[in-house]
Write a protein that binds this ligand. Structure first.
Ligand code: PMP
Length: 424
């Protein structure tokens, strides 16, 4: 009888009725076409490789040491002895889990300490720390906008913000990347038609590596009485004379940005997300926004302690960010001198190398992989096919020698690149 069967042998696997056959889904077909192509062209598989070390300027993938351009750990803090020690201390004191949501026994002093320090740096009244970057961005936007609201977003904003927009019943309109005239035209056209207008931009765009004109955006949002939210995932810890993000870079009154979002998975070298802004905003998010704190576990002691220590190091050692941006500038300048297209990248640690063809981007990435360089391709649907590229995340620990070697390899490879067959 069934109750006596051991759990690992549930009997014969029967074919599912057609409705349940996931291999018939069109999305699965897309996946198998890609797999078929990689096999046919004898490309090595570079996804889901096992990492055996900290990843900063270099990484050990499956036992192979490589120059690394694929990690968020811009400032090298994920492997910093002080950050690791802080995380270990937090585990010793609080264990590995917070055991529940923050409002019901999950709160530890480190959560509040992080929030107080990020407010001090940004000049905001309050902040809330949550478990993941993606989810914080999504759920904060998803909570804040209603059916009588309008969201105007830069077309290059991150998927997490788009997901938040889609959760709401608000009207949502994208404007062309950094096109402030188009934004103003939309604001003028919709003036008076909505209760609130939210403008969404990034401090550094995660694909193009460029910085928006925030003073201009602030002027626009003031004139049209809109709210401005900036995603600082790739700008905090990186841009500005002290590396402290958009407020540092542009030197404006921090209150001119209504909502700051930040991710702890980038310069902080850990995991989590925060929203910073006026007290009432943070109170609403803390008490009522599902997915920010409500209905989910609190950030772990280890992640929170690491984030706090990383923040303190960023403040004490601005030279890390300076060195990072110097490295990025050096890389862009050398790439341009070699005739390569780094697109819009400017003053940030994200440098796209435009291939403008999916197969070429994939081929180049694989060729570099063979030469000990880890730089992943960004293909459709992440970017349009004609904007396919390799994305280089520059690291504060990269040496000029590593950057020069990489440029040389790219140039040599492109000379012998096969013609694209236009398969995908
Ligand atoms: N915003 C941007 C611009 C990002 O690039 C990312 C991560 N790729 C996120 C939000 C989500 O952050 P996290 O990695 O912390 O989930």
């Amino acid at each position: 009888n069934a109750a006596k069967k051991p759990p690992q042998s549930r009997g014969e696997v029967k074919a599912s009725p057609a409705f349940y056959q996931f291999d018939k889904f069109p999305e699965y077909k897309e996946f198998t076409t890609m797999e078929w192509y990689l096999d046919k062209e004898k490309y090595p598989r570079t996804q889901f490789l096992k990492r055996l070390s900290v990843s900063d300027a270099t990484v050990n993938l499956e036992g192979r040491e490589m120059i690394n351009y694929s990690t968020y750990n811009y400032l090298g803090l994920a492997g910093d002895a002080r950050v690791k020690e802080a995380a270990k201390r937090a585990v010793d004191t609080f264990g590995t889990s917070t055991g529940s949501g923050r409002s019901i026994t999950g709160e530890i002093e480190l959560h509040r300490a992080f929030e107080n320090e990020i407010c001090e740096v940004l000049g905001t009244e309050d902040a809330v720390l949550s478990v993941g970057g993606y989810s914080t961005n999504t759920f904060a936007i998803g909570y804040l906008c209603r059916n009588k609201d309008l969201i105007l977003y830069d077309e290059l904003i991150h998927n997490s913000a788009l997901a938040g927009c889609k959760m709401t019943a608000a009207r949502r309109i994208g404007f062309p990347h950094n096109d402030y005239e188009a934004l103003e035209a939309l604001l003028a056209e919709n003036r008076g038609k909505f209760e609130r207008v939210l403008i969404l931009v990034e401090g550094v765009y995660s694909m193009d590596g460029d910085i928006p004109d925030l003073p201009r955006l602030i002027d626009i949002k003031r004139r049209y009485k809109a709210l401005l939210m900036v995603d600082e995932a790739h700008s905090f810890g990186i841009i500005g004379p002290n590396g402290l993000g958009v407020t540092d870079y542009f030197d404006f009154d921090p209150h001119d940005v209504d909502i700051y979002f930040g991710s702890l998975s980038k310069s902080f070298g850990t995991c989590g997300g925060y929203i910073a802004g006026p007290k009432p905003l943070i109170a609403m998010l803390k008490y009522f926004a599902p997915g920010v704190l409500l209905y989910g576990a609190a950030p772990t002691p280890a992640n929170t302690a690491a984030g706090l220590e990383a923040l303190r190091i960023m403040r004490a050692e601005p030279q890390r960010a300076r060195r990072l941006v110097d490295n990025a500038r050096y890389f862009v300048q050398r790439a341009k001198a070699a005739g390569l297209d780094t697109y819009n990248s400017h003053d940030s640690a994200v440098v796209p190398l435009m291939c403008r063809d999916s197969e070429l981007a994939l081929w180049l990435s694989m060729a570099l992989f063979g030469q000990g360089i880890c730089a992943y391709p960004m293909l459709h649907p992440i970017v349009p096919r004609d904007k396919s590229r390799l994305r280089f995340f520059i690291n504060t620990f990269h040496t000029h020698q590593q950057l020069d070697y990489t440029i040389q390899c790219i140039v040599d490879n492109l000379r012998v690149a096969p013609k694209s067959k236009g398969v995908f």
